[in-house]
Design a protein around this ligand. Structure first.
Ligand SMILES: [Zn+2]
Length: 334
């Protein structure tokens, strides 16, 4: 995937969002899928990359007053501690976003923990009729932490990484501003504890352009058996979804339980992660659903660990185990 080169003077904006959710069972004037969350806080910290270090340059924090989901969802209230009355104290999203853009400036690199925040930001921009092009590259700090802490693809929480580096916990977690500060502190520590050239290489392989479609999916069916369903999926999974070129194989397809994994490469668009699942419909026939996405650091870990599992246990896979403490189950792939 295309990536941005980090140079002396490159600016990083580590950001985080909090959003309110629709109340289940309530009727809204729009499709809830068009706005699965409404932003209620934008938090960010700015760093400049100089001599192999990240130097802190300031903080941005805005509470946003929601227009659609004005009543605090009980779950969001539990996590953030914010109430319906707190929501009224915020500024308009449009104003908050303009101020955030000014804080970012031109040519900055966005960073965050996990990649749901860029998706949520774009969804809000689109919903409220604003330009949803961010015009910035994005790096996900989570897999970079995972790589340098020897966690090998484990999906850890921000608090786990904060404890790992012994960063002081003077602020509550789960406010956008404090989580952005903590994520920034983690990124600082990653540079501090490792060779900058290695950190930069890892960042390059995790860089994504949030304005480019990253994931493509297809459903094919229906066949008499799972083997046939996997076979017909190949019409979609054998070529690049961007340009249609035939894929080269990096890790040949292998099956674990109901999923088939592979890593492929387009000579023009780089490496792709591919996963196909065979499912049974109500009539007892089989169909397949496939996704192809620009491979990220997490995807390399995922395919490598599945391949290891396949080599050891075969297509039946390892006995299923529960997630460990500190692991974030919402990111789990299976
Ligand atoms: Zn291509």
């Amino acid at each position: 995937m295309l990536s941005k080169k980090i140079e002396e003077g490159s600016v990083f904006i580590v950001f985080d969002l909090e959003w309110n959710q629709p109340i289940g069972g309530r009727e809204y004037a729009h499709e809830v899928s068009e706005l699965t969350g409404e932003i209620i806080e934008i938090g960010a910290v700015k760093y400049v990359y100089e001599n192999g270090h990240l130097n802190y340059r300031g903080v941005f924090s805005r509470d946003v007053k929601p227009k659609i989901y004005t009543r605090m969802h009980y779950h969001v209230k539990k996590v953030t501690g914010k109430t319906t009355a707190d929501l009224r104290a915020g500024v308009d999203f449009k104003d908050a976003y303009e101020e955030f853009s000014a804080f970012c400036g031109n040519g900055a690199i966005l960073a965050g923990w996990g990649n749901s925040d860029t998706d949520m930001l774009k969804m809000n921009l689109k919903f409220f009729g604003m330009d949803d092009k961010l015009g910035m590259f994005f790096i996900d700090v989570q897999p970079i932490f995972s790589l340098f802490s020897g966690e090998k693809g484990r999906q850890r929480s921000v608090e786990f990484a904060v404890d790992y580096y012994g960063i002081g916990k003077s602020e509550e977690f789960h406010s956008a501003t404090s989580d952005a500060k903590y994520t920034g502190a983690i990124l600082e520590k990653i540079f501090e504890h490792n060779r900058p050239t290695e950190v930069l290489a890892a960042i390059s392989s995790s860089t994504a352009d949030p304005d480019v479609k990253r994931e493509f999916s297809s459903v094919a069916g229906s066949e008499e058996n799972a083997d046939a369903a996997f076979r017909v999926a190949e019409a979609f999974t054998s070529k690049c979804p961007v340009c249609g070129r035939k894929f080269g194989i990096r890790i040949a397809p292998f099956r674990i339980r109901k999923s088939r994994y592979e890593l492929a490469e387009c000579s023009e668009h780089g490496e792709f992660f591919i996963r196909t699942r065979a499912k049974k419909n109500r009539e007892g026939k089989y169909y397949s659903s496939s996704i192809i996405r620009f491979a990220t650091q997490n995807d390399y870990f995922l395919v490598a660990s599945k391949k290891e599992e396949f080599d050891e246990f075969g297509p039946g896979g390892a006995p299923v185990k529960k997630p460990e403490a500190g692991e974030n189950p919402t990111y789990c792939d299976e």
